[in-house]
Design a protein around this ligand. Sequence first.
Ligand code: ADP
Ligand code: MG
Length: 297
Amino acid sequence: MTRNRQQTTDAGASTNPGSDQAEIQRLVEELDGMLSRLRLGAIREQLDALLEEAARRQLNLRESLAWLCSAEVASKEQRRLSMAMTIAHFPCVRTLEGFEFEAQPSIDPGKIRDLATCRWVANGDNVVLLGPPGVGKTHLQVALGREAVARGYTVQFTTAMELLGALVKGQQQGTLEVRLAQYAKPKLLIIDELGYLPLEPAAGHLFFQLISRRYEQGSVLISSNRPVQEWDEVFGDQVVAAAILDRLLHHSHVLTIRGDSYRLREKRRSGLFRPQAGGSSSSGIGGVPPPTPAEEV
Ligand code: ADP
Ligand code: MG
């Protein structure tokens, strides 16, 4: 530690003529040890600066204590937040502040602001985001997921392929129970990109098991490029798809996003991409052609 604690403690020593240098040093070390033992790392690390600031502001003892505690609380909250964000496995950083609502008129900003309060997470409700590629589904999933993390909920982000791949593998290896428990645990499970790629035959039934397990316990925030009417094709089984939707949609908010891909819009603006004939605001879910190479940017 390179901090110079002598300065701060010297100030204390001037009011206590009986103290000598060795005594001051002993006190500094003792305090350091106690702060470590109490796991007050931020106070320990920044003690001199915090005490100097308290003196500069002429805080009394109680105010100084509150000042030190607030630094510790802020640091712990920051650490918790950054750990929870890491655990959530978001694929990128996206925020609601960074979402241009004007670019996507089919989304009601009031509805998103309401979802950002995370009451639905507290209630164990689900959110289903439907729409063609590039309209901001993943952006909103990450942004809402971050809001949930900030409010103290456990969040895990995954893709449908990754999730179902893990469940299928779990079934093959006799570890399905462990995998189901793992995905049932977070208060909010975010599942991206359902419907983009064909699923294995067993996937529908495994997904049903997971959704049943989470039903009314933890929330699911799922996105798909296919309307729910086509989910029997997605899962390759009408009965399983109906059972999944029954639970998923029971307490849910379904948001259907229509309109242009934001990525292509940016390209059109820069003149790299020509608009498609007839516009696309009426194209609806799945009505947009498959992604062009430009869209994969
Ligand atoms: P989707 O998941 O629907 O395919 P994405 O969320 O991946 O679409 O969006 C594609 C890119 O465009 C991302 O970088 C995203 O941040 C950005 N984007 C999409 N919609 C908006 C928007 N309305 N405002 C700002 N950025 C957006
Ligand atoms: Mg996406």
